[in-house]
Structure formats: C-alpha cells, structure tokens
Design a protein around this ligand. Structure first.
Ligand SMILES: [Zn+2]
Length: 301
C-alpha cells in the first residue's frame, strides 16, 4: 500500500528545494515527517494551510534525527500537543535542547538565529522515544522505524507502506542540488555503520524513497549503490589529503573542487545550487570525515 504523500517545501533561507517536510494523509488523519527548523516554521504552517489544515490537525510528527534542519521546530509542535516520535537518544535533547543549542552556537555563532530560528523545549509527555523496529500507528497508518546510523548515531528512516522517508541516510539529491552529495558532519559520521544502514535499506526493497534534501526517487537500488560509492570515495579522498599533510583550508578547497567535478561529470552545474552552502557546507563534511579518521587512528586503526 502506498500512502498519499505531499512534499512541503520549507523555502529554507528563501531558497526552494533545500529542506522538505512531508505531509502524509491516512484514513484517520494526517501526520508529518520532519518539521524543519524554527526559521521555516511559518512556511510549514502556511504550506499546511494551503492543504486546508491547521497545526492541531497533525496527529504525529515523525523525525529522522534531531539535527536542526530536520527537527529544529519539533519542540513547538510538541507544545501544540502533537506527538513527536524520535530515536530514544534524541528524545532528551528535544525535551531539554540547551546542550544542543550551546554546541551549535559554537559552530554557527551569530548566524544561529538567522539559520535556525527559535528552538523551544518539547513537553516530555508529547515525546515518544523510539527504537529500531518499533511500529507506530498514526492516522490509520503504520510507520516502522529503521535504525540507520552513519550520518548521525541516532538516525531512523521511517517506512510506511512501500515507501520510506530516509532523512539523510541516502545523502542529498533533488531540488536545487540535482547531483548526489554527502552530508558527513562531525561528530558522528561513521563510514562502516552507514554502509550497514544501506544494507538494511536495500533489504527493505522499497518502491520509493523520500529524501529530506530533497524529494522522491524510484530508482532506489541504484541510488543506494551510488551513495555507498560516494561514502567510500569521499572518505578515501579526505584520507589521501590527510596523508599528504594538507592544512584544513587547503583540504576544504580541494574537496570542494573534487565534489564540483563529480557534479559536472553527472551533467550538472554546481554553481547553480543556490543556498547549498547554508545546508551542507563542504567544510562540515571535511571536518566530519577528518574526525572519523582521527577516532579510527586513536582506536588503533
Ligand atoms: Zn543531519
């Protein structure tokens, strides 16, 4: 069974095609997958309004993980009485977001408010902590959590019928970024775990996947192969630059050129992806992959 899915473009930082939220309608109501950040809450509410819905019409909000671009406004939804389903490791950070805000402020500085907007605490009673394989009934549909770490240690894909909302677990492609790109932020990018997650997604034999960045794809098996290859090649690319002893700035520049080259090889113009740097800056992936190699070295290879 394939549910009815509406893609709600949140126009992150004024750009279409960067962050999506998904409205799924079942026999007994409506749910959302991903809330997006606080800075796009007004866009999300307006998008629901265009479907004749108000926030209180939403029964449940499913989150793939708690990074702000996926879940920054989840606390607000919980405050409206919407049930929020999230990995058990993410749940305490929705209830008390102060640690998240503190660590993100170190990265984003005075850009915090502009990029992410308000981040408010979720009432504990509205937060449902979820584990791999849990099946949640909502709106007359069944959603199953598929634990898919690698991008983040607490990442779930959500399966309903023959489709799945895969968050960041199949990388970025669609909207303004038509080539395949890798979001590998610190501190939790982990190549081996990510590849195991892809094996799990392969075994699901999905008809369609929906990426938060951005939209649906029906060539699921091929896309899984492609993202696996990109994970390997990006990780090795950074390794070779570390082995060369390059400075961070030089690594970021070369990694960017390399990724742009890949985009051009796929037939796309990377210069046209407006807003991409606000969603998945290349320095973030270089830092994430560098950290992965350092942890591996500390653990004795
Ligand atoms: Zn993320």
């Amino acid at each position: 069974m394939t549910p009815r899915v509406e893609i709600l473009d949140l126009h992150y930082q004024g750009h279409p095609g960067l962050i999506a939220s998904f409205l799924i309608s079942g026999p007994h109501g409506h749910v959302l997958v991903e809330s997006g950040p606080g800075s796009t809450l007004a866009s999300l509410v307006a998008a629901l309004d265009s479907h004749g819905l108000e926030p209180h019409d939403i029964h449940t909000l499913f989150l793939t993980h708690i990074h702000f671009d996926h879940a920054g406004s989840a606390g607000w939804w919980a405050q409206q009485g919407v049930r929020v389903c999230v990995h058990r490791v993410g749940a305490p950070h929705l209830i008390d977001p102060s640690k998240l805000i503190k660590s993100a402020s170190r990265i984003y500085g005075d850009q915090m408010e502009t990029l992410w907007g308000d981040i408010v605490p979720a009432p504990a009673a509205s937060v449902r902590a979820v584990e791999d394989g849990d099946v949640i009934e909502a709106a007359g549909l069944e959603f199953r959590a598929i634990y898919t770490p690698g991008h983040a240690g607490h990442h779930h894909a959500w399966r309903v019928g023959d489709v799945a909302f895969v968050g960041d677990s199949m990388g970025i492609r669609g909207g303004v970024i038509p080539w395949l790109d890798l979001p590998a932020p610190p501190p939790e990018f982990q190549r081996e775990l990510w590849k195991e997650s892809l094996d799990k997604l392969r075994a699901e034999r999905l008809e369609t996947i929906y990426r938060t960045h951005f939209g649906p794809r029906a060539d699921v098996a091929e896309e899984i192969d492609r993202i696996e290859k990109l994970i390997d090649e990006s990780t090795e690319k950074v390794k070779s630059m570390l082995d060369e002893g390059l400075e961070r700035d030089e690594m970021i520049a070369r990694y960017g050129e390399w990724m742009n080259g890949r985009a051009r090889d796929e037939g796309f113009d990377p210069g046209k992806a407006e807003g991409e740097d606000k969603l998945n800056p290349r320095d973030m992936s270089v830092d994430g992959i560098t950290r992965y190699w350092k942890k591996k070295a500390e653990a004795g290879g």
